[in-house]
Write a protein that binds this ligand. Structure first.
Ligand code: IVH
Length: 682
């Protein structure tokens, strides 16, 4: 065999594994898929023609072909232990105190390595002279199962360590998990085939790792993050946990970017809050943070109690899922008359709060999940989003089971106004047919009109709106500006209103006159016209009359306006009631025609600003609106492209980053100055 064939095979292997590393570990692919497939096929062909060329670390060996009959047991030379949990700040403080006392360093501040607690499955990977030789599950901590063939299919796991002189033996420990996006894709595919779906990424990862046929595992796209090492022989070890993580990262093992070090309890709690804020946006599920005493000598001195280390603890976020019972399903009437079914739940503590309601969205969703009154369900609350029903435990249904829930049969008429409820062809939503004559819709419309991102009428909250409508003082947004209806005397007669608060509200209503056209259009609450579309429409047409006169062809010229949005706008302005309200709002001077600064014009044109902290007088939305009106852009994070960072009280890491990058920092006064005078810099 020619030496160049051998060389070509080696080159292909190196190129493909490098592409895997860039794609799966660095998240920075450098090879188009088609090219990757071509190289892999070339390597497969070469190896088929010259079987003696196949090496155990060849990328062709990642997809095993022979299903295993069973998994062989693997004994862990060093047991894979579990972590003790902390749920409160006091428990974290007690952990830190125990560490200091046991080390005889009561007065010291301990340095911790801190990292996410991945919500997946623990595995151990063994590398001999840099070559992956075996991987196993945690099992009971002492004996696991050999799942090497399945682990090979995980492309983030290197088959050969990137090191000139790798340790003779290295056991890497970490977590196998499924990224949220891969989980969603897997479930979407299962649904399309009519198969059962997985409840969460953790279960999906567990099911996939324990497949006897590695070809199935390969299709599931699992990921892996290392969080430590077990045995290590034949190489000098770093003397801190953070050092170990950097070391194994240099060997191309995937370690997560959210790891850090923290000093003392204050540092731990800061990290917990920081990670918690990142959590909803992370690509994978986590259920807490793990704190480990950083110095290995200290870890050694602290040792273990029972089955957990004394040098580490898992600080858990409150459980996000819980079991409870659906006591009723009721309908809520929204701004556009949509009836949203809401499950009334037996109160249950989830994610740090007591949950009593979960949205069911619409009839399609009820059908899909088959939620019935009396069912035992899993509810989930993630971040600030509305709690939802994840799944029904149908096996807990009584005999006979409760009847299927049908929103239209339950609510033939609107629970708020008694008008018939309709479900339009092709629409998931059931809707009250009464439009703005329905008080519930009136309230919602008024609430939306006054809301911060619309007309921004400070102090006009939900309770007040209920009273204004229930007492017949106000029926439409225009009535707010009618001094016959809304004045100090009428307002002061409402619950929880005194003369002073009535005056304040009147001032806020007066201040809302003359809002720019974009805000006003958003405030009208036209279906399918959100904040951005409203701005685009204002910019395009420049005046309300021009918009009202626009036919479909003219509307379709506006960015992102398609036939559905155009139809909705035309229908809104065709409605005589809406036209009458708009005329009354015109007399009140509620809006000001004219285009807000188009991108590319205005004193801040082309500038990117980032806001952080609390400004003394402007709210964040107000500051954003002022900047955008001047043609500037407001970005969420600081980068090399940021022109200014506007910092207020308690500014956080964005300010640190601005200083580190040398970005100009402004306070509110300097911002206002800039808006007034323009930007002097080129
Ligand atoms: S260290 C001696 N670090 O938590 C314990 N574990 O309760 C060594 N886990 O089985 C574990 N993220 O599956 C460690 N950053 C992390 C972790 C982590 C998740 C899991 C792991 C382990 C369990 C322990």
């Amino acid at each position: 065999m020619h030496a160049d064939v051998r060389e070509r095979a080696a080159a292909l292997r190196a190129r493909i594994e490098d592409a895997n590393y860039r794609y799966y570990v660095l998240d920075d692919p450098d090879l188009p898929d088609a090219e990757y497939d071509r190289l892999l096929r070339e390597l497969q062909d070469l190896e088929a023609a010259h079987p003696e060329l196949v090496t155990p670390d060849s990328p062709t060996q990642r997809v095993g072909v022979t299903p295993a009959g069973e998994f062989m047991p693997v004994e862990h030379a060093i047991p894979m232990l579990s972590l003790n949990n902390a749920f409160t700040e006091a428990e974290v403080a007690a952990f830190d105190r125990r560490v200091r006392e046991a080390l005889g360093r009561e007065q010291d501040t301990i340095e911790y390595a801190v990292e996410p607690k991945f919500d997946g499955l623990a595995v151990s990977l063994v590398y001999q002279d840099g070559l992956f030789v075996r991987g196993a599950t945690r099992g009971d901590g002492y004996t696991g199962e050999d799942v090497s063939a399945n682990l090979r299919t995980i492309r983030a796991i290197p088959m050969r360590l990137a090191a000139d002189r790798p340790p003779a033996l290295l056991e890497v420990r970490g977590e196998v998990l499924m990224l949220k996006r891969d989980f969603e894709r897997l479930n979407a595919e299962a649904l399309a085939r009519g198969d059962k779906t997985f409840v969460n990424p953790r279960n999906a990862a567990a099911g996939s790792l324990r497949q006897l046929d590695p070809r199935v595992t390969a299709q599931r796209r699992l990921s892996f993050y290392a969080y430590g090492i077990g045995r290590c022989e034949g190489a000098p070890m770093p003397d801190t946990h953070a050092g170990i993580m950097d070391w194994i990262e240099s060997m191309h093992l995937p370690v997560c970017a959210q790891r850090a070090t923290a000093l003392g309890v204050a540092g731990l709690l800061d990290y917990f809050a920081w990670l918690g804020a990142l959590r909803p946006g992370l690509p994978f599920d986590i259920d807490g943070a793990v704190y480990k005493v950083n110095r290995l000598a200290d870890q050694h001195a602290l040792g273990y109690v029972a089955r957990a280390p004394r040098f580490a603890i898992a600080h858990k976020y409150p459980a996000q899922e819980a079991l409870t019972v659906v006591e009723a399903i009721e309908a809520q009437v929204g701004r556009t008359g949509t009836l949203t079914p809401v499950a009334r739940l037996r109160p249950v503590f989830v994610g740090g709060v007591t949950v009593t309601n979960a949205t069911l969205h619409n009839q399609d969703e009820i059908d899909r999940k088959d939620v019935r009154v009396g069912d035992t369900v899993i509810v989930r609350r993630a971040g600030d989003v509305i709690p939802e029903v994840v799944r029904v435990l149908t096996e807990r249904r009584g005999d006979p089971p409760p009847p299927r829930f049908d929103l239209l049969r339950q609510y033939p008429t609107c629970p708020e106004c008694g008008a018939p409820v309709i479900r339009l062809e092709g629409e998931a939503a059931a809707r009250c047919s009464n439009g703005l004559a329905c008080p519930a819709q009136r309230k919602q419309a008024l609430w939306h009109f006054a809301s911060r991102r619309a007309m921004d009428i400070d102090g006009l909250g939900e309770k007040l709106i209920d009273q204004l409508i229930d007492r017949g003082l106000v029926a439409t947004p225009a009535d707010l500006y009618d001094p016959e209806r809304v004045n100090v005397a009428t307002l002061a007669g409402l619950d929880r209103m005194a003369e002073k608060s009535a005056e304040n509200l009147l001032t806020a209503i007066a201040a809302s006159r003359g809002r720019d056209l974009g805000r006003f259009l958003h405030a009208l609450g036209i279906r399918h016209v959100g904040e951005q579309t409203a701005k685009d429409l204002a910019r395009h047409f420049g005046s309300l009359d021009a918009l009202m006169a626009a036919d479909e062809t003219a509307l379709l010229q506006v960015p992102d306006v398609g036939p559905v949005v155009a139809g909705s706008i035309r229908a809104f302005f065709a409605e005589p009631h809406n036209r009458a309200v708009i005329e009354a709002l015109r007399r009140a001077g509620a809006w000001r025609d004219g285009t807000p600064a188009a991108p590319g014009t205005g004193v801040l044109a082309g500038r990117t600003l980032v806001l952080t902290g609390t400004l003394p007088t402007l709210t964040r939305d107000q500051a954003k609106a002022r900047i955008e009106a001047a043609g500037g852009k407001v970005a969420g994070s600081v980068s090399g492209k940021t022109d200014y960072v506007v910092a207020g009280a308690e500014a956080g890491s964005k300010l640190d980053k601005a200083i580190a990058l040398g970005v100009t920092v402004l306070d509110e006064a300097a911002l206002l100055n800039l808006l007034e005078q323009g930007d002097p810099s080129p």
